[in-house]
Ligand binder design. Structure first.
Ligand code: PEP
Ligand code: MG
Length: 889
């Protein structure tokens, strides 16, 4: 029979799939002998079964009975005992952390009778007991029975107003007892039944509510944003309650074993005396630095530090920790390998190498390409001395500029028009998530580095400044005031998540130090982050099997790509060279009525193409350059049909016909295609327009010869686009070889694999190809039958909502379908020609997930845009290490 419940003594961090991160780590701490309150975990299996059937799986209730008994024995208290009641927390905990996205219910076990027992248990602290009870009714009502939270908030506000206080602490035991009565009335009015007085019933309902919260809207949205699979489910942790709100010798806090923003070693965290855990994370009150706990309670502080050192050594990584002190006794409530900024990830990974904790291979598993991409974001240029109007806590790095908005809905609306926005809130909560996703950055006036805003922003790689307490946010008036300034909705501000500064107006931005390092204007010695990136990337280069090339078709792009570490050009889209002022020449080619006219147009294009290639070859001296013959339909070089029709019609109606425009219009009409993406393009064009490919091949050959004369080493590769049959490639290849032979130039000739038929007949095509390069943009388009230009806006959002795919297949390779075509082509191509050189030059070549796939599929290189080259180098290295067994997630 499936086992659905694990005592902490039975679990471990290795069982994360089953026990979730929180449950697995609680078990790990308990088994290390750390002070964890007794508890047990209901597995994700149980959650999935519940979500599937709407009912608890058979046997779960009995198992809970058994574990509850054990918990009661360990705690020395019983659930529902009127004299000395056990209270438990019921918390969600999925495999991947989803901060604040699912539900938690505290103080389960309180009833009209046990509340009296609780007061007795806490030395007659009636106020505390009634406050705990009203919190339970509120949390249970909202979470389990969907009672609108505002109804409880209003009742609390009314109680405070009646007492003439604005602070919860202004309410005494009698006030809170009365509030409990009101809360119970609210509960009954909404649900039609009394607040449950059976603690076991409270527990069962709470567990079910936590299961269901896996599918809460905000949780679904968060998973989509973070690419977390939808079918994992959450575990539920039932833990004996400990209280941080029992007076000044109690409190609660969050701590990191290193600074999660910079990676600097040392203890770091926030502490809030006389408070419950949720108060810190919610950012409701401003916290004190963890170090100040030493002055309040030295013994607990020292014990906490010792535990933190132990956890870091055990996990071999930065840990974050939630703890509570109940009347001078320290309890560990949670730990996990902590989220960190991208910069901290690199710095910590190299520190851990230096400390001898991990080796360089493992360091590669501690950083990601997405983090490196984030570090390539720009920062503010302060040379113009912008006006700094406030300072807060630097919670998530980056430089964000945008128009101020004060609520999530508005943020999403304004951002939908393409306007950059900064979401400004007193503090954020999970309902703000859509606005946080839409915003460039987030600014809050309350809360520390561990507040909701900070944690979520860091997870998303968004700039965030929080706890800027000089700012007075007035959401209703849609403005904030600070230091005599009034900033209204729509006003532009700039926020610096690296320093915590807030500036009025748009501050110009400058490149990141990491980009300056790649550009060669900053040495690794000048900046510890750059030194860490240099070291880790250096190791990735050492271990990776995949080469990294760039997609570039100008000298500047090629030169930049080379500075960023590209080992050649994997795709030069020659059609880009036909645009701009050369358009008239292409028009002449298209309008040519005789062979002579066409040859003359091509002859005029030849020197221009040759000059283009000379530049690329110079930039890539000594490295291979893949020139792809022209791909798109020729009419893309002509004006749009409707525009031209109107122009011609107007001119003719005025009696001023223009012969050139009329001829152009005739050509556009003649060439019009219903589905140009499936029409006369690529190799088809080359076989239909005599001399076009030959001109390009001649330009490659002549540029090669010219460069060689200058001492430049050229390794030219000629690539044929859109091939579907070996005969197409053979025809071009024969002509190319003849021409190259005549000119005395050697070049590799290969093909793109971007039509499904090419993938399926790759064994034959390889007979005529020295290399393959997967055009995964077209292969995805034609594999799925999705128009590249239309579908992402048309229905991908719905498809993502429906879970048909977790991420757009144009962004990350569809391993099962398009990926299968890739694998077939690699296998069959190499069967014909074992030395076939194979790469990819579609957008997926720079996508971290896809790079791992291409490594596994046995490709030789990936080619991507110059800015993604460092990311691809890192991910290629990570692929090698992952393939040899380390965990890369
Ligand atoms: C591709 O199809 O993946 C490709 C690289 O070619 P293009 O994007 O130019 O069609
Ligand atoms: Mg293509």
């Amino acid at each position: 029979m499936t086992k659905y419940v694990y005592d902490f003594a039975e679990g471990s961090k290795e069982l994360k799939d089953l026990l979730g991160g929180k449950g697995g780590n609680l078990a790990e701490m308990a088994n290390l002998g750390l002070p964890v309150p007794p508890g047990f975990t209901v597995t994700t299996d149980a959650c999935r079964a519940y979500l599937r059937t709407g009912d608890e799986p058979f046997g779960l209730a009995d198992e809970i009975d058994l574990h509850l008994e054990r918990l009661e024995r360990q705690a020395g208290r019983r659930l529902g005992d009127t004299a000395d009641p056990l209270l438990v927390s019921v918390r969600s905990g999925a495999k991947f952390s989803m901060p604040g996205m699912m539900e938690t219910i505290l103080n389960v076990g309180l009833t009209d009778t046990t509340v009296i027992g609780l007061a007795g248990q806490t030395g007659g602290d009636e106020r505390f007991a009634w406050d705990s009870y009203r919190r339970l009714i509120q949390m249970f009502g909202r979470t389990v029975c969907d009672v609108p939270g505002e109804q409880f908030d209003r009742a609390l506000d009314a109680a405070k107003a009646a007492k003439g206080t604005t602070d919860d602490l202004g309410l005494d035991a009698d006030d809170l007892r009365a509030l409990v009565t009101t809360y119970k009335e609210i509960f009954t009015a909404h649900t039609g039944r009394a607040f449950p007085q059976d603690p076991r019933d409270q527990l069962d309902q709470s567990i079910r509510a936590v299961f269901s919260s896996w599918n809460a809207e905000r949780a679904v949205l968060y998973r989509r944003q973070e690419h977390i699979p939808t079918d994992l489910g959450t575990a539920v942790n039932i833990v004996a309650m400990v209280f941080g709100n029992l007076g000044p010798d109690s409190g609660t806090g969050v701590a990191f074993t290193r600074d999660p923003a910079t990676g600097a070693p040392g203890v770091y965290g926030d502490y809030l005396a006389n408070a419950q855990g949720e108060d810190v994370v919610a950012g409701i009150r401003n916290t004190m630095p963890l170090q100040d706990l030493a002055g309040l309670d030295r013994r607990s502080y020292d014990e906490l530090l010792a535990i933190m050192a132990r956890l870091e050594a055990h996990y071999r990584d930065l840990c974050d920790i939630e703890f509570t002190i109940e009347r001078g006794k320290l309890w560990m409530l949670q730990t996990r390998v902590g989220k960190r900024t991208a910069a901290a990830a690199f710095v910590i990974a190299t520190q851990l190498i230096d400390d001898g904790v991990i080796d360089a291979d493992e360091a590669l598993t501690r950083v990601t390409g997405a983090q490196l991409a984030q570090l390539m974001f720009p920062a503010f240029n302060l040379a113009g001395r912008p006006e700094r109007i406030a300072a807060g806590i630097a919670a998530s790095p980056g430089a964000a500029v945008g128009a101020v908005v004060f609520d999530a809905r508005r943020a999403a609306e304004v951002a939908a028009d393409g306007t950059a926005v900064i979401l400004v809130r007193r503090e954020t909560n999970p309902d703000d998530l859509p606005g946080m996703i839409a915003a460039q950055g987030i600014l809050t006036s309350r809360g520390g580095k561990t507040s909701h805003a900070a944690v979520v922003a860091r997870g998303m790689g968004k700039t965030c400044v929080c706890g800027a307490d000089g700012i007075d946010v007035d959401v209703h008036q849609r403005r904030f005031t600070v230091d005599g300034h009034v900033v209204s909705e729509g006003d532009v501000i700039s926020i610096d998540g690296t320093t915590g500064s807030v500036y009025l107006g748009a501050v110009p931005v400058q490149p990141s130090p990491v980009v300056r390092y790649f550009e060669g204007t900053l040495t690794p010695g000048a900046d510890p982050l750059v030194a860490a990136v240099d070291r880790i990337l250096g190791h990735a280069d050492k271990v990776r099997r995949l080469a990294v090339r760039a997609n570039a078709d100008t000298y500047d792009d090629a030169a930049r790509a080379r500075r960023f570490g590209a080992q050649g050009i994997g795709l030069c889209r020659t059609e880009h060279m036909f645009l701009g002022e050369r358009r008239p020449l292409v028009e002449r080619l298209i309008l040519a009525r005789t062979d002579k006219e066409r040859d003359a147009a091509l002859a005029d294009l030849l020197p221009l193409q040759r000059a283009d290639f000379v530049q690329l070859f110079q930039a890539m001296n000594g490295l291979p350059v893949t020139i792809r013959l022209i791909d798109p339909p020729l009419h893309e070089f002509l004006p749009p049909l409707d525009e031209l029709s109107v122009k011609v019609a107007l001119a003719e109606s005025r009696g001023e016909p223009d012969g050139h425009d009329r001829a152009l219009l005739d050509a556009v009409q003649r060439m019009h295609e219903e589905n140009p993406m499936l029409g006369l393009r690529g190799v088809r064009l080359g076989l239909v327009v005599p001399g076009l490919f030959a001109m390009q091949i001649r330009a490659v050959a002549e540029a090669t010869l010219a460069c060689r004369e200058q001492g430049v080493t050229v390794l030219p590769e000629i690539m044929v686009p859109l091939v579907g049959a070996v005969q197409e490639l053979e025809a071009v290849r024969e002509e190319a070889l003849q021409l190259l032979r005549t000119l005395g130039v050697d070049a590799r000739i290969g093909t793109m694999i971007e039509v499904p038929r090419a993938a399926l007949t790759a064994g034959e095509i390889a007979r005529a190809a020295d290399f393959f390069s997967f055009g995964t943009n077209d292969l995805t388009q034609m594999g799925w039958g999705f128009s590249r230009d239309d579908v992402e806006g048309a229905f991908f959002t719905r498809y993502l909502e429906l879970g048909i795919f977790g991420v757009s297949p144009f962004e990350s390779i569809d391993r099962d379908g398009v990926g299968r075509l890739v694998r077939i082509a690699v296998d069959e191509g190499r069967r014909t020609r074992p030395d076939l050189h194979i790469g990819v030059c579609g957008e997926h070549g720079g996508d971290p997930e896809s790079i791992h796939f291409f490594h596994d599929a046995g490709l030789d290189y990936v080619s991507c845009s110059p800015f993604r080259v460092p990311v691809a180098r890192l991910e290629a290295g990570r692929s090698t290490v992952a393939a040899t067994g380390s965990d890369t997630r």
